[in-house]
Design a protein around this ligand. Structure first.
Ligand code: HEC
Ligand code: HEC
Length: 154
């Protein structure tokens, strides 16, 4: 009995280390700020930003869109591509999840620092348990920090 428990524990440890080795650096709110910059600099060359800003999609769909844009001629470094992807995924989550109880204007008219946004979003999440994933509880504050003083998304 005891032996089995230890084996299970060792198994978990190995898979954790493997997953950690494969993953990139953990994201910080600076990635969302840089993602927004890269997005605004590189996605405006052929069309307005309104298309991507209005589009609400999940990670898989955004990944596909970025591949399509790269094939059309959009040039992003590997790091920038990752940051733009996270930025657009967080933007979509914000548009989808933060418009359920009030208009998006409510958060958009505020300008807070990252830590303050983390606390606000956690407070909102507690009003509707299960509504936000753990990832969204950090990526939405990242998106809102990158937004800064802007009061509109498009
Ligand atoms: C070299 C030109 C070019 C650049 C740069 C470019 N796009 Fe596009 N994009 C297009 C063209 C052409 C279309 C319309 C045809 C289509 O839908 O594939 C389009 C359409 C879109 C659409 C609407 C269609 C869809 O798939 O949802 C989105 C969203 C989009 N672009 C996002 C982006 C983003 C994000 C970037 C920056 C990484 C970007 N684009 C940069 C050429 C470009
Ligand atoms: C389950 C309903 C609900 C959801 C979902 C929700 N909110 Fe709220 N929100 C409220 C209510 C109710 C208030 C007003 C009372 C309060 O401030 O707690 C509010 C107020 C706010 C305020 C103004 C008060 C402050 O602390 O600055 C902001 C900003 C805000 N929400 C942001 C968000 C964001 C960002 C999201 C998405 C992560 C979100 N809300 C999702 C219910 C919700």
């Amino acid at each position: 009995m005891k032996k089995t428990a230890i084996l299970v524990f060792v198994g978990m440890l190995v898979s954790f280390v493997a997953a950690y080795a494969q993953s990139n650096e953990p994201l910080t709110f600076k990635d969302f700020i840089e993602g927004k910059e890269a997005f605004e600099e590189n996605c405006l060359e052929c069309h307005s930003l309104e298309w991507p800003l209005k589009k609400i999609a999940n990670r898989e769909e955004w990944d596909l869109t970025l591949t399509k844009m790269a094939n059309t001629g959009a040039v992003l470094s590997k790091k920038q591509r990752g940051q733009v992807l996270e930025y657009l995924v967080a933007k979509s989550a914000f548009q989808q999840k933060c418009s359920v109880c009030h208009e998006l204007e409510r958060p958009l008219e505020k300008n807070k620092e990252f830590q303050a946004w983390v606390e606000t979003v956690r407070r909102m999440a507690d009003k509707k348990p299960g509504h936000l994933t753990d990832e969204e509880k950090l990526s939405i504050p990242g998106f809102l920090t990158a937004k800064g003083e802007e009061k509109e998304i498009w």
